[in-house]
Design a protein around this ligand. Structure first.
Ligand SMILES: *[C@@H]1O[C@H](CO)[C@@H](O)[C@H](O)[C@H]1NC(C)=O
Length: 128
């Protein structure tokens, strides 16, 4: 493997791990996009934007009379089979069948040549 591939794979691994360690990650813009009347208060009155975000909450002070520091929505993620062949992470072995691969819970695509055909999913955040 050349260095570029190693770098790409490391980046994917880091993304995958950070998805697992979710609680720690700050909320995404998507998680903070919610109607003002649906906000659940997350801070104390008068909390600053910095303190609010430090507590893992969302801050938006554009609407008066509703909580400005509010709890993020649950992140919705779904498994996708990445389309870009160069960054597939091998989940099987050469010659694995589609059934064997699917039994392992992985993605199977018998093309192109020279890349794993049985490979891991990636977690993608759903659009909001
Ligand atoms: C703040 O909330 C309002 C009302 O929901 C929304 O229109 C606006 O885009 C939000 N601003 C940011 C920076 O998210």
């Amino acid at each position: 493997m050349d260095l570029k591939v190693v770098c790409v794979l490391s980046a994917i691994l880091i993304i995958a791990l950070s998805t697992l360690a979710e609680g720690k990650a700050p909320p995404t813009r998507c998680q903070c996009k919610q109607a003002p009347r649906e906000r659940r208060n997350c801070g104390y009155p008068g909390i600053s934007a910095v303190e609010c975000r430090k507590a893992g909450c969302c801050f938006n002070s554009s609407v008066p009379g509703v909580p400005w520091c509010f709890a993020p929505k649950v992140k919705k993620v779904r498994k996708v089979c990445p389309n870009d062949a160069p960054i597939r992470i091998n989940c099987g072995f050469p010659g694995i069948t589609a059934q064997e691969c699917e039994r392992k819970g992985c993605c199977f695509r018998a093309y192109p040549a020279g890349v794993p055909w049985c490979f891991y999913h990636r977690m993608m955040e759903e659009a909001c």
